[in-house]
Design a protein around this ligand. Structure first.
Ligand code: UT7
Length: 336
């Protein structure tokens, strides 16, 4: 009997229409196009304009992935949605997507592993499929960051980095021995001791007697805070580590990988990682220049872009690597 593997059978992405340039941000805080480009590689990002919420972004990306997979919403067995910016604190975003797609009473849940959330979600979906419990899982990464950032000089270190967007894939059982496509290996890690190095403190149920007060709002505890250099140093160490570990687990040589999709947090991080491993830049597609850091959505957005551009051929190998708050980091090795 052939073991069941999972493969990606369709991809989709969506970003809101409003383009926010570095120059526009420079009118609202003490920053500059030059600083942002030089430190992060970002030229512009997308922000919602009040007419769309996370579920709208997730729905567009999901419908495109379902269409690409030639699968109807009634043919999926679960929805796993990664986000750090849920539609509402609970139940999150996935349940509203469930309703929008009009799926039957299949399970769905939000998964919180920040910028590594899409890869963690892929691992969960892969487990459901390989256990034989499910045939098709919709895996989504969706973020609306722009309504949670501080667009003043106090918040400039994070406000310039993040953007809004959604990406989705259909992960599907592959039990055809003649079809080599599949998720070959996925490795994940976390280091909780650094949970406060990149975090959003409030509202939080650790506060007593209220999760949020006027004082907390005045202090800006509801905006993300980051120790940028500390995060940078850990990202450039952990990403190569987990990439090597996943390549070993898949029995694949680094040189055999055709496309390295790194989380789009900072172009400098990805250039550093690629350089340290001797990976040629042409194997590292990027869209951070146009979208900024879309956390859990970044990798599936980038994947969809290169697939639709015809850059990924059947049989090619992809390595998807992320690092984010938590800290969390992960790599998936995929044969297309
Ligand atoms: O997605 C999750 C993972 N997140 C990341 O991977 C982000 C990792 N970190 C980074 O990418 C970088 O640390 C940043 C791009 C965030 C910052 O670059 P940096 O070279 O590490 O700058 P820095 O934080 O050391 O700040 C340098 C200076 C500071 O001023 P002083 O103290 O030297 O006077 C900052 O206040 O730049 C200042 N600064 C800014 N200046 C203009 C911080 N943000 C800005 C800004 N515009 N937006």
């Amino acid at each position: 009997m052939t073991a069941i593997r999972s493969k990606i059978s369709g991809t989709g992405m969506y970003v809101p229409g409003r383009v926010v340039t570095n120059d526009e941000l420079a009118q609202r805080m003490d920053t500059s196009d030059e600083w942002i480009r030089q430190r992060s590689g970002i030229a512009e990002r997308r922000h919602v304009d009040g007419s769309e919420t996370p579920v709208d972004l997730a729905e567009h990306a999901s419908r495109r992935a379902l269409e690409a997979a030639d699968v109807g919403p009634d043919e999926i067995d679960a929805i796993v949605l990664a986000t750090l910016s849920p539609q509402h604190e609970f139940p999150g975003t996935s349940f509203f997507l469930h309703h929008r797609l009009g799926v039957p009473e299949i399970p769905c849940f939000d998964l919180r592993a920040q910028c590594s959330g899409f890869l963690y979600s892929l691992a969960a979906a892969d487990g459901f499929i390989r256990s034989g419990q499910m045939r098709r899982v919709l895996v989504v990464g969706c973020e609306v960051h722009s309504t949670g950032l501080e667009f003043t000089t106090r918040g400039r270190d994070t406000a310039v980095l993040f953007g809004d967007g959604a990406g989705a894939v259909v992960l599907e059982a592959n039990d055809d021995p003649s079809d080599r496509a599949g998720l070959l290996a996925l490795r994940m890690h976390a280091q909780g001791e650094h949970g406060k190095r990149l975090w959003l403190e409030a509202p939080g149920s650790s506060f007593y007697p209220s999760r949020i007060t006027h004082e907390m709002l005045d202090a800006g505890l509801h905006f993300p805070r980051m120790e940028g250099r500390f995060v940078f140093k850990h990202a450039v160490t952990r990403m190569p580590e987990v990439l090597r570990e996943a390549l070993d687990a898949a029995g694949v040589k680094q040189d055999d990988v055709d496309h390295f999709l790194f989380h789009q947090a900072n172009l400098r991080i990805n250039e550093f990682v690629a350089h340290s491993l001797g990976i040629p830049p042409e194997k590292c597609p990027s869209n951070i220049e146009r979208y900024g850091n879309c956390s859990a959505a970044s990798i599936p957005m980038l994947l969809d872009e290169i697939v639709r551009a015809g850059r990924v051929e059947r049989g090619q190998l992809l390595a998807l690597t992320a690092f984010g708050s938590g800290f969390t980091w992960a790599t998936a090795i995929v044969r297309w």
